[in-house]
Design a protein around this ligand. Structure first.
Ligand SMILES: [Zn+2]
Length: 282
């Protein structure tokens, strides 16, 4: 009997052992499966979280005004042919309104002229080149003549104000017939290439105040031309003049500023990296 009991006991022990091993490996498999399932659920959960975040962002966007946001509108008042006594009055008006503008100046070696160059710079306006003497027959004779006139002016301004201008306006505009007349059909294009090669930018205009169509233009004509020309734009580069004769431009300035503000414009100064207005070359 003792022998059989031993055998039975041994078989039992072995079966229990096998059973335990089987059970443990089953448990291990279950644990592994559960862990995999858990990981998958976690992945699904984070995917759902992302979906939810996207949905929330879309909902927020949808909740905003359906129309597209207001485009900022920039007006650049530009004054050519100064400095003169009119420049001084224009500076006073700009100061009163807290408006900054751009002055494309010519050469003036007088103390008064230098004082005005300094005021332009010190009061936060931009100063640009418009040739030393504005004499078409001189400056449009050749590429070198044009550049020499600009360099001479640039040196004077830098000496006087400490600022070295890197923007310019062609006297008469970049498509002026004077360039072709005095310098030949290719002069304008070679000047444009030269200006850009030297790291400068030139600006024509897309709003004319008409203040140079005759020696003295009526104030209301200047105001109306400017405000009509600026309508419906996002960028208005306004051509004005501060030469000695242009007293009606001074008179027109407050109404021009108020009218452009009413049209939603913000005033800015021209910089080398401002999106330029360039005329098509003839
Ligand atoms: Zn000019």
């Amino acid at each position: 009997m003792g022998k059989y009991l031993k055998i039975i006991a041994a078989v039992l022990v072995v079966s229990i052992f096998i059973g335990l091993i089987t059970h443990i490996s089953k448990l291990q498999a279950t644990v592994k499966a559960l862990m995999e399932q858990n990981e998958q659920l976690q992945n699904e959960n984070s995917a759902l979280t992302i979906d939810l975040e996207l949905a929330r962002q879309e909902a927020q966007l949808g909740g905003q005004t359906p129309t597209k946001p207001m485009q900022p509108k920039f007006a650049y008042l530009t004054f050519d042919d100064g400095p003169s006594a009119n420049t001084e009055q224009i500076l006073n008006i700009l100061q009163e309104y807290g408006v900054k503008a751009t002055f494309f100046v010519i050469g003036s070696e007088t103390e008064y002229g230098k004082h005005l160059y300094r005021r332009i710079v010190e009061e936060g306006h931009a100063i640009g080149l418009h040739s030393y003497n504005h004499v078409y027959a001189d400056i449009y004779k050749s590429e070198e003549a044009f550049m020499d006139s600009m360099y001479k002016l640039r040196e004077l301004i830098e000496e006087t104000t400490g600022v070295r201008p890197d923007i310019l306006r062609f006297p008469g505009g970049s498509n002026t017939s004077y360039a072709k007349h005095y310098g030949g059909p290719d002069l304008a294009a070679s000047l444009v290439a030269r200006i850009h090669r030297e790291g400068m930018q030139y600006f024509d205009w897309n709003v004319s105040s008409l203040d140079a169509t005759k020696p003295v233009v009526e104030t209301n004509v200047i105001v109306e031309a400017t405000l009509r020309g600026a309508q419906g734009r996002n960028q208005a580069i306004v051509l004005l003049h501060d030469a000695p004769a242009k007293r009606t431009t001074v008179e027109a300035l407050p109404a021009i500023i108020e009218g452009l503000l009413a049209q939603g414009y913000t005033f800015e100064v021209l910089k080398r990296d401002t999106p330029p207005v360039h005329f098509r070359l003839p």
